[in-house]
Design a binder for this molecule. Sequence first.
Ligand code: KG4
Ligand code: ZN
Length: 342
Amino acid sequence: MRVLGIESSCDETGVALYDSAKGLLAQGLYSQIDLHAAYGGVVPELASRDHVRKLLPLIQQTLHDAGLTLTDIDGVAYTAGPGLVGALMVGAATGRAMAWALNVPAIAVHHMEGHLLAPLLEDNPPQPPFVALLVSGGHTQLMQVNALGDYVLLGETLDDAAGEAFDKTAKLMGLPYPGGPQLAKAALSGRQGAFKFSRPMVNRPGLDFSFSGLKTQVLLAWQASTQTEQDMADIALAFEEAVVDTLAIKCERALELTGCSRLVVSGGVGANRYLRDQLQQRTAKRDAQVFFPRLDLCTDNGAMIAYAGYLRLAAGQSEPPVVACKPRWDLAGLPPLSHVAP
Ligand code: KG4
Ligand code: ZN
């Protein structure tokens, strides 16, 4: 089965073609970074308009790269939520209409299920049960994955998502949007121990997170400093260490609580090098394994949507001929998928 995947939930237009026999055939990504940079963050209306401009040419390009034509598509998957409603509607309307015109099934994909399943696109994919840490710009969640499609929420952020905390912290020190990768880059020249920030909520039982207070600690430290490039690097490193240590402590706690020995990490912050190193080291120490997708499958992309959509289409699920999206959508409420082999 060949599935066209469309991602348009935020500021990236992603398209991919997944073949159940051959794997990922082609993918294309158009990032709106330059468009939103002048405003210091995503402007929803501009995001929607740009998806309208870029989506169809990107679909044509991706089909061309795969050496396929429209009639080779057996199903269409599109991100239906969570995300920005206008941006989601572009992908949902295009995907649903294409499926209608081609007379193939369409499937609405949960963006975070896409992230969660992205590591399964790699060689030696993890088999459920496992614990998944989903860390993106909008979400920070620990999920217990009993089987594909069978997700139990173990904990989540009570305020800012990890990526959001990276972005806001970077912004308050004057780094350009998108702040996460910029802050991680600045941290590379930071001196360990120059600043120290707290690890929020690690002394409380449970698996929830809270990152908004860290931002205030950074603001106070930044204002009290001489605001040199070295200060910025030192603060960036201390902030990165605080976020990563907090995430890692809760991941270890989740592994203990569930008895799982496999941890899967995905979402934009999963591209963070220090997070990847720390989780590798800490899981190795407890004879557990950690799985990450390659960097370009951590951040938003069409491949994860095509793959998640394929699994649901193969399980016989599909949408009625209605264009709809769900800006808010509970991952744990998705229908099961357990009888499909990854
Ligand atoms: O999953 P994603 O591409 O989009 C959402 O679904 O939100 O995640 C984007 C988030 C942004 O907050 C971005 O700053 C963060 O991931 N991010 C990073 C890194 N690369 C992307 N945060 C820290 N370190 C990175 N290397
Ligand atoms: Zn995402």
